[in-house]
Design a protein around this ligand. Sequence first.
Ligand SMILES: NC(=O)NCCC(=O)O
Ligand SMILES: [Zn+2]
Ligand SMILES: [Zn+2]
Length: 472
Amino acid sequence: MKKIIKNGLIVTASDTYRGDLLIENGVIASIGQQFDETNCEVIDAKGHYIFPGGIDPHTHLDMPFGGTITKDDFETGTIAAAFGGTTTVIDFCLTNKGEPLKNAIKTWHEKAKSKASIDYSFHLMIGEMTDAVLDELPTVIDEEGITSFKVFMAYKNVLQADDETLFRTLVAAKDLGALVMVHAENGDVIDYLTKQALEQGNTDPIYHALTRPPEIEGEATGRASQFTGLANSQLYVVHVSCAQAVEEIAKARKQGINVWGETCPQYLALDQTYLEKPNFEGAKYVWSPPLREKWHQDALWNALRNGDLQTLGSDQCSFDFEGQKELGRGDFTKIPNGGPMIEDRLTILFSEGVKKGRITLNQFVDITSTRIAKLFGLHPKKGTISVGADADLIIFDPNVERTISVKTHHMAVDYNAFEGMNVTGEPISVLCRGEFVVKDKKYVGKQGYGQYLKRAKYNSTLENERNKQVTI
Ligand SMILES: NC(=O)NCCC(=O)O
Ligand SMILES: [Zn+2]
Ligand SMILES: [Zn+2]
């Protein structure tokens, strides 16, 4: 059945206007006013914003990590994402050194298929660049539509790749039209500092932050950025947490290097003191890079506002406090790294960003959806409200006030990192390809409805054009 969403305020990355949407066959068929309502389901969005569905470019669902498996999988994770206004997730497919890439991709398809309630796609981890890996990459791009590769510069002896692999990946990506993503921290220095801390009997969660100082995130970000310039390639730095990393990205961009930066809600709203919570509760806030001293938040907000950082990912990687985070009692290096963020990504940015005047409404849409769609080859089907685009939409109440809590969230995990935080704004209904996933704050979606998205290659022309973002 056709749908009409009327009386809402439509917000895109560039415009804000009153208009009605006619939805047919899963796409936006027309934008106008006073459509004929015969045989249509009519949704009155008076007093609400209509945003393009959020795209989360950074999730870890059903991922083995730190001796355990993330609590949220593609079932619970995508439902929680939808409640938070996200209609597409791009998850990280982990690979094992020496194994064909296609095996890892098959495993990730099995994890997601028939579980996801919203659309999904994959990035592919490159752990070691060998000739066999190089040979497989064209197939990964052409047949799987995976056009972004992830290199970890940290997690020594687990996920970390060496500089040769990073550089060879950048060179290959340039030729193949892929975007290289990096976890930018210096894993070797972290390894030294953590061993030293344990030797000195410093085992509490706070030492996770103290052994991963911002300087080594800045150093790795600068190294990856300059490699990118040398290779004339393109780079996306995930989960930027500190001023030093922002500075390196800004410097590289001024040099004309194609570097893009993502931050996450946790770095905008929480700080390092959370790791000092008593009774081992600091473990709930252990992820990498770590939470920073509060002053770094200003650098992140400024960068989102002036365009030095362009996107917000959740880095959803949830572990229960009980039974999972507790694995690291007495040794902070054994606390599984990661937090539950998929559901609150848009709300934190709206409440702390738009409502507090740090970013505009249009920047909010760009940062949570449009820019991500463009960078990762999903635009214009995804990431905007225009005729022919998928009807991935959020009907958003900008004025409702509420308190974030584990008691009301939809993630499977036993705590919420933003527990007790008062926020303004909430998605009321969320549609993916024209079908409600959340309607009037209730889940009405279907497991398995989510489709796998093959993505287009990195488009430098599109991105350079978008680079001319308006600064407020
Ligand atoms: N961020 C984190 O601590 N866990 C997920 C893996 C990663 O992104 O580094
Ligand atoms: Zn990471
Ligand atoms: Zn991550």
